[in-house]
Design a protein around this ligand. Structure first.
Ligand code: ARG
Length: 602
């Protein structure tokens, strides 16, 4: 990666110039913001000059003089008050293109500091509707796992499904009284959700009017609802005490849900190393709370066990305080309720112990929506107090909105499950393919529609800044123009069609020689694939890679317009074909890191 190579050389130049860098000073090289002056830039000389109170331009000159970038740069220049600009030489770029074509993994170097990273994503809840948050989590988490593996980390993916909790009182009662066996066979998740929702609404003691105000229901309805609620609670207690019937129902609910989810994950090419689920930690909860109490990390408060502010932090940095008006309101994490029940936070803390002890996790990444920010602040703080040094990161994201700017729904209305979204996308891609008759067999059409449909949904997600809410638009995401999966897959298809035209007759030699500006621009972009993949992880943002691939496809199209490929000859032709092949590989590899498949024709 040129950025690291240049950083090393720049650091060496400071030493060679006899300058000792102040402690903690980092010599940073970045991709150039304006490529007219270079491909990479650094403001190290400027920043240092400020600290040393010397002339920045003179310092930059001194560093430039001591810099050894032979074979790497064709030009080093100084701009403005002391920016250093680096232009990579065509010869270096040419050997990079050769390496991308002949090497493994598009010649992206692995990280020098591999870590064991547990990625916690997807995590839907058994017999509760899967909502858009789970969809975003699934795609972002899978992409981060792919990229982290690609750059050399040891990644463990764990689907922490919600397979335990108070909802099972209602689910079990629904199972015993409302279950339709046929419907269960046809679509288990749907039927379980139906039963859960029916019981849940029958337990309601009030309803919302048009203005959204709670209005109490008539006394006889309330009495019935309260009685039902007690029945459900009874079912839950029986389950928790190990009642054989209820345990069997619970197990069956989890099994049926997982069976169906695994199919969806399979279609999407998403793999989990583990699906331990919340229930896996049941036995660890009581000892955990005892330990927290014994060590004074948790305290008893009004019968419950809580972890509260330790008062050592400024209010704005205290994870147990949130601002309400002008005042700071305490929001302790509850780890055991007054009735002895355990909570979401308790399970998460037990899960951290497990991941650290069993898997030796250096980092745990939680890909979970922004509404759970408070929960993770508290859990992360509690884990630190427990003595964990593992880096825990909440990778939050915003919501998906419908085209009307309101909550997102599918064609069928109601809930938005992952499965429904993907099926609808594939249907739409298939309909678009049917419009254009291109001599594909029905099987080929199905496979192309699969690739384009699921690719389009994933890319629409991954090309967004994860923290902003984004509008879900079928037409936009399936369009062949613009920043979409079909556009990128089509760019790949176009690179392949060149080689199809040439047939077997073509064998490329490893002697790329770049001369035309469009060739050099494309090679520069190809070389930056390494930076793009590594940068995804600096703030856990898949859109960094998506943007890179989109720019690469555009650069490739400009190159193809400016330079004849098939009609050229000799070394020129070989060079240009190498550029096409390298583009093809980087597009395929890059899309694969986003979890998107490619097709040879479309
Ligand atoms: N099941 C949870 C939900 O649907 C998400 C779990 C996220 N992971 C975790 N370790 N808390 O909201």
């Amino acid at each position: 990666m040129y950025r690291s190579l240049l950083t090393i050389q720049l650091q060496a130049a400071f030493t060679a110039a006899g300058i000792t860098l102040p402690e903690g000073f980092s010599v940073a090289v970045e991709l150039a913001s304006d490529t007219r002056f270079g491909d990479y830039q650094s403001n190290a000389a400027m920043t240092l000059a400020k600290q040393l109170k010397t002339n920045p331009r003179a310092l930059a000159e001194q560093i430039k003089g001591a810099l050894n970038v032979e074979g790497l740069c064709s030009e080093v220049s100084i701009a403005g008050p002391g920016f250093l600009n680096f232009r990579i030489s065509p010869a270096a770029l040419a050997s990079k293109v050769n390496a991308i074509v002949s090497g493994e993994a598009c010649d992206v170097a692995k990280t020098g500091a591999p870590r064991t990273v547990v990625i916690d994503f997807s995590a839907p809840n058994v017999a509760k509707p899967m909502h858009v948050g789970h969809i975003r989590s699934t795609f972002i988490g899978d992409c981060l796992a792919r990229v982290a593996r690609f750059v050399g980390h040891k990644v463990i993916t764990d689907n922490h499904i919600g397979d335990w909790g108070t909802q099972f009182g209602m689910i079990i009662h629904g199972w015993k009284t409302l279950l339709d066996q046929e419907a269960l066979k046809a679509d288990a998740i749907h039927e379980l959700v139906r039963c859960y929702k029916a019981v849940n609404s029958a337990c309601a003691v009030s309803k919302k009017d048009e203005q959204g105000n709670e209005v109490p229901l008539p006394p006889d309805v309330v009495a019935k609802a309260q009685a039902l609620h007690e029945t459900c609670k009874g079912e839950l207690v029986k389950l928790q005490q190990g009642d054989a019937d209820n345990l069997a129902i619970w197990k069956e609910c989890v099994r049926l849900t997982m069976e169906q989810l695994d199919k969806v994950y399979g279609t999407l090419g998403i793999h989990f190393d583990y699906t331990l689920g919340e229930s896996y930690f049941n036995d660890a909860l009581a000892p955990l709370v005892d330990d927290l109490l014994a060590r004074g990390i948790a305290v008893v408060s009004e019968g419950a066990v809580i972890i509260a502010s330790d008062g050592t932090k400024a209010p704005e940095n205290d994870p147990f305080l949130i601002k309400e008006g002008d005042a700071w309101k305490p929001t302790p994490a509850i780890v055991r309720k007054g009735d002895g029940g355990f909570l979401y936070a308790t399970t998460d803390l037990a899960t951290i112990n497990y991941r650290v002890n069993e898997w030796k996790a250096d980092e745990i990444w939680y890909v979970v929506g922004a509404p759970q920010a408070l929960h993770f602040r508290q859990v992360i703080d509690a884990a630190a107090r427990m003595g964990h040094t593992t880096k825990l990161i909440h990778i939050a994201f915003g919501s998906i909105l419908g085209e009307d700017g309101k909550m997102f729904k599918t064609r069928s209305g109601e809930t938005v499950g992952l499965l429904e979204v993907i099926e609808e996308a594939i249907d739409r891609a298939r309909a678009a393919a049917d419009e254009k008759e291109q001599g594909f067999t029905p099987e080929e059409k199905d496979s192309i529609a699969q690739t384009i449909g699921s690719g389009a949904v994933k890319y629409a997600e991954l090309s967004q800044n994860r923290l902003t809410d984004y509008k879900f638009s079928w037409d936009k995401m399936l369009s062949l123009k613009g920043n979409t999966a079909p556009y990128l897959i089509n760019a790949y298809v176009r690179t392949r069609s060149i080689f199809r035209k040439l047939g077997d007759s073509i064998s490329l030699t490893n002697d790329c020689a770049l001369t035309e500006p469009a060739e050099i621009t494309l090679a520069t972009k190809l070389a930056q694939f390494a930076e793009a993949t590594h940068d995804v992880l600096s703030d856990h943002r898949p859109n960094v890679l998506a943007t890179y691939l989109y720019e690469l496809a555009n650069t490739y199209h400009s190159f193809y317009e400016a330079c004849h490929v098939l009609n050229s000859e000799g070394t020129v032709r070989n060079t240009r074909l190498l550029l096409c092949e390298a583009t093809s590989r980087v597009l395929k590899q890059g899309l694969d890191l986003l979890g998107i498949k490619t097709t040879e024709r479309m």
